[in-house]
Ligand binder design. Structure first.
Ligand code: FPP
Length: 248
């Protein structure tokens, strides 16, 4: 079984979930934020090394101001509530994206948590906040150019705060990657679940993880065990296939 070291999640479906129950959209975010700790805990017990969560995208600015404010508040509340556990479990916490427009106390809390957990060796928990994959890519290219470092696949990969994603999960039923970790998802396994984020659970997370861990990941290569002679012996070779093969 392959280990999926880096799991990234697009926590979608909060608004629809709340509306379908006759509530205001933002209630979905409130309930959705409560699931986050369960997923963090499950990631730790599955032995995941990096968990990256999309908490606010650059496109989310087009939402009503009160919804944006609630998302900001939920981020702060999460950190206040989870601080002790993050430290106890030696989680390394980081926020990537542009946090400049967050209220100062929230920024201070983020900086404090990042500083306190800088050398932690447990789960790497990263929140992508006010984050966009294209902007992140452009920023990194500019940074390398500025430093005179050649633009190579390796240099770019190294320049990002988070590495290649092994598994992307998106809840809420849509099958899109929505400008998330574009560079890092080149070879990710993708899993889309119809479950709305507030109803996602540690159990479903574990099931998805174990199911995907069984997939064979070839990274663009052929099956290592599939050589020509073996396949020819095993395959049903008939006149038609032989004829077509000779044309190549
Ligand atoms: C999409 O739901 C989700 C987000 C915009 C952000 C995810 C935020 C949370 C889970 C709460 C914040 C939690 C923390 C810990 C910071 P949507 O309302 O866009 O879904 P929809 O497709 O139903 O409209």
């Amino acid at each position: 079984m392959d280990s999926l070291n880096h799991v990234a999640i697009i926590m979608d479906g909060n608004g629809r979930w709340a509306k379908s129950r006759g509530h205001i959209r933002v209630w979905g975010h409130v309930r959705g934020s409560k699931i986050v700790s369960d997923i963090v805990e499950e990631a730790e017990s599955l032995g995941v090394k990096h968990l990256t969560l999309f908490t606010f995208s650059t496109e989310n600015w087009s939402r009503p101001v009160h919804e944006i404010k609630i998302l900001f508040r939920l981020l702060k509340k999460f950190l206040q509530k989870e601080k002790k556990r993050i430290l106890k479990n030696r989680i390394k916490f980081k926020v990537i994206g542009d946090i400049s427009q967050l209220p100062l106390p929230t920024k201070e809390l983020i900086w404090e948590m990042e500083e306190l957990t800088r050398d932690m060796k447990g789960l790497n928990l990263t929140f992508c906040f006010n984050y966009g994959g294209r902007t992140a890519l452009i920023d990194r290219v500019n940074l390398l150019v500025e430093k005179g470092i050649p633009i190579t696949e390796g240099n770019l990969t190294e320049s990002f705060e988070v590495g290649d994603v092994d598994l992307l999960i998106r809840t809420g039923g849509d099958q899109r990657i929505s400008n998330f970790l574009l560079w890092q998802m080149a070879y990710s396994e993708l899993f889309f679940t119809p479950t709305m984020w507030p109803e996602f659970s540690a159990k479903e997370f574990r099931e998805i993880y174990l199911k995907v861990a069984k997939r064979e990941r070839r990274f663009g290569m052929a099956d290592a065990n599939d050589d020509w002679m073996t396949s020819a012996k095993l395959a049903r070779i008939n006149k038609e296939t032989l004829g077509e093969m000779r044309e190549v």
